[in-house]
Write a protein that binds this ligand. Sequence first.
Ligand SMILES: Nc1ncnc2c1ncn2[C@@H]1O[C@H](COP(=O)(O)OP(=O)(O)O)[C@@H](O)[C@H]1O
Ligand SMILES: [Mg+2]
Length: 277
Amino acid sequence: MYKPHLIGHQVRLLEEAHSNGYIMKNIIETKDLKKDYQMGDIVVHALQGIDLKIDEGEFVTVMGASGSGKSTLMNLLGCLDSPTSGDYFLDGININSLSKNEYAEIRNQKIGFVFQGFNLLARTSAIENVELPLLYDRESRFKNPYQQAIEALNRVGLSDRMGHEPNQLSGGQQQRVAIARALVNNPSIILADEPTGNLDSHTSVEVLSVFQELNAQGITIVLVSHERDIAQYSKRIIEMKDGVIIKDFNVENQRDAWKDLEEIKVLNLGEIQTTQR
Ligand SMILES: Nc1ncnc2c1ncn2[C@@H]1O[C@H](COP(=O)(O)OP(=O)(O)O)[C@@H](O)[C@H]1O
Ligand SMILES: [Mg+2]
């Protein structure tokens, strides 16, 4: 939180207030957001009026049955698609008011997207995969994309796998490369559509530990999952059905992924010792 007009104790006061939840800034706000898909003669009403506010620093899981509109919502929030009607304010800016270039610009600046299938380039090293989004920047603002990619891979704990190609990495490692790629231009929001959908439960917890750590660093996270176990690692759950939000509540005892990983380790060690006896 950099506020040049404030002096020392004011900055501390603001930070204190912020960490106690007094000052919240809406980073995502939608008003009556709707999305229809035309399928020949049929119109599919995928989103039927979504009113949603997400504050900076939240960690939200969107749940709901297949076909309930989760991915449609994520694509709108991620500016990958535009709504049929309604408004979307991203960090206070009405997305409808932007030109095509401004729209692409705000997406690149503010949002990192993570997909279920990792979407990494094959036969391309981890570091090159992570570097790639920076090379698309038209104004070449990134002076050292390679260095920035190294830092992003460090943040997801993959500093020892930079030269590996996707087929030389486990599923969990590939997803961490994808998270590093989403992180590389320092977005304020990470949107992840079923990021653990292709992973076993232990690897899922590993990936969630990365999201929890990024959230602790202040990044707002919205992820989609249909597994209640996964949702327990977030702070808030939104449930969708038939294109509307039917529930929205805080997670009471947020699970700590690092702690759970430690416990799994201890359990596994116990097993090894038992079999050795
Ligand atoms: N590109 C598309 N064209 C037509 N219908 C779509 C398209 N994408 C999604 N739908 C439909 O919209 C509804 C919501 O889909 P989706 O957002 O993918 O749900 P979820 O991610 O919760 O499974 C479904 O009925 C789906 O069939
Ligand atoms: Mg989906």
